[in-house]
Design a binder for this molecule. Structure first.
Ligand code: C5P
Length: 216
């Protein structure tokens, strides 16, 4: 088993919700389970863990210092300063890529005409950490791809300047959103590709942290 005693680990998990009006939002199917399992396992291995979690119904172990947020902007505002003190950052959150440009102060009324909501990009937290990463800090990204998984994940790893990319696809039965199991492939900057089998997310968390420890 990996040993993370003395390490400060920052984890993001869950979806983000981007408000349209006071009662509606844009979100996604992330449950937060994968990131919560990683945070709990890192704490079990002796790390000092901070989990920044988007809206999730799942609880996390008391050994994890958890901060709940709603939107991508809130996650960004919290994570950036926290990264300064982290040895390892694992960004497993399914952050919304776009948010409504304007949030309506009142509930939008139904009309017969079609409705257009203009979207603007959210800040990319992983890419921002990649830009300020110091020597000795390890940055891990996640990539959920529906096509050309390996090539897209490799491109993302380089563009966002992270050291490892954990990849999963929705094509796998029992993997990804809403499942208790996942099947991941970990890629690194030297071109190594490690495939893992379909496993409970608690065990996938151990695989990921073991791989991280070996990279440190
Ligand atoms: O570009 P894409 O969204 O596929 O990248 C996925 C990775 O980037 C994940 O690690 C995710 O947590 C992170 N990300 C982020 N902020 C965003 C979008 C993605 O940190 N706004």
């Amino acid at each position: 088993m990996a040993d993370l005693r003395g390490k400060r680990v920052l984890v993001t998990a869950g979806p983000t919700h981007e408000a349209i009006d006071p009662v509606r939002f844009i979100g996604n199917h992330s449950s937060g389970r994968m990131g919560i399992c990683i945070a709990e396992e890192a704490a079990r291995q002796g790390a000092e863990v901070t989990l920044v979690c988007g809206p999730s119904h799942l609880a996390s172990a008391p050994g994890v210092h958890r901060i709940d947020v709603i939107s991508a902007q809130q996650m960004y505002d919290l994570v950036l300063p926290l990264f300064a003190d982290a040895d390892i950052a694992i960004l497993s959150a399914a952050v919304a890529d776009y948010r409504p440009r304007a949030v309506s102060a009142q509930k939008i009324k139904k009309k017969d005409a079609s409705l257009t909501i203009e979207l603007e990009p959210t800040p990319d937290i992983l890419a921002s950490l990649g830009q300020i990463k110091r020597e000795g800090q390890l940055l891990v990204g996640f990539a959920l791809e529906t096509e050309n998984a390996l090539a897209n994940a490799q491109e993302k790893m380089v563009r966002k300047n992270c050291d490892l990319m954990v990849m999963n696809t929705l094509a796998d039965e029992g993997a990804g959103f809403g499942h208790d199991t996942n099947r991941v492939t970990i890629i690194d900057r030297r071109g190594n590709i490690t495939n893992f089998g379909l496993r409970p997310k608690t065990e996938v968390a151990i695989d990921i942290l073991t791989h991280i420890s070996q990279t440190l």
